[in-house]
Design a protein around this ligand. Structure first.
Ligand SMILES: [Zn+2]
Length: 264
């Protein structure tokens, strides 16, 4: 397990550690996977392709002034769901730079494109505080069999917004479990099977998975942001979904780094 405490203090050692972790069987070139690669302090050279590349560039940190130690510290803290304020202290980056990097890293996580089918739970939740005119509605969908999640912001809880979200993320014909909100009642007419539970009568059982998503999302939002701001909502939802739907890429800092590699 990697923590800030066992991270080498020296930048060159951090670079070598990264190389060893990313290529446990020896460095391969990114174009044809050649093994004849020379490693220098600043670049990697494939003797067969006669081309050089930079590991920083490959991992999406090209042109950045971040040292290898800062890159690893950033990824370790981010993986540990630290707030930007805490990450700033651990990495020595400025607050603005930390925020910018977190947004960039989030945008490289997998985007959920596929619709869900089968037994699905849906609901809406509010993020942020109304008192500060900073409250936004998030709609969610959970697949009961696979636990896959889809989340998106919707402008309001009107029927059109709710149906628009389901149109995008739920395959018609699925059985949808939802509460008795008015916007759910018309879902049968657009092709879904519907099982309504009445929260006001204390019936929570059929939607407890999506209720669980809301409590996790709430905790995630409060923990990873010093202050909830609307501009961060898309990135926040993308990261939350990636962590839930693809836990394997969050196994350790190097797997996470590798998953975010870009073509060089
Ligand atoms: Zn090559």
């Amino acid at each position: 397990m990697y923590t800030l405490l066992n991270l080498p203090p020296d930048d060159q050692e951090c670079f070598e550690l990264t190389l060893r972790q990313l290529y446990p069987e020896g460095v391969r070139c990114p174009w044809k996977l050649h093994e004849a690669v020379t490693v220098t302090a600043t670049y990697l050279w494939c003797k067969c392709c006669r081309r050089k590349w930079s590991l920083k560039m490959q991992l999406g940190f090209g042109y950045s002034k971040l040292s290898w130690r800062q890159i690893l510290a950033l990824v370790i803290c981010w993986l540990g769901k630290q707030s930007p304020g805490d990450i700033m202290v651990s990495t020595g980056l400025s607050y603005t730079t930390t925020l910018r990097w977190l947004e960039r890293l989030r945008s490289r996580l997998p985007m959920e494109q596929d619709s869900l089918a089968g037994l699905l739970e849906t609901d809406q939740s509010y993020l942020g505080r109304q008192k500060y005119h900073n409250q936004h509605i998030v709609m969610g969908l959970v697949d009961r069999q696979t636990n896959q999640v889809r989340l998106a912001e919707i402008p309001d809880c009107e029927q059109d917004s709710v149906e628009g979200f389901l149109d995008r993320y739920a395959v018609v014909g699925g059985l949808i479990f939802a509460d008795a909100h008015g916007s759910h009642l018309g879902l049968r007419e657009v092709g879904y099977d519907l099982d309504i539970c009445n929260h006001s009568l204390g019936h929570f059982g059929p939607t407890n998975r999506i209720e669980n998503v809301w409590s996790c999302l709430d905790r995630f939002t409060r923990r990873t942001r010093d202050r909830f701001m609307h501009q961060f909502l898309p990135g926040l939802l993308q990261e939350f979904q990636a962590r839930r739907n693809h836990p394997e890429i969050f196994a350790d800092p190097f797997t996470l780094l590798k998953s975010m590699a870009v073509p060089v």
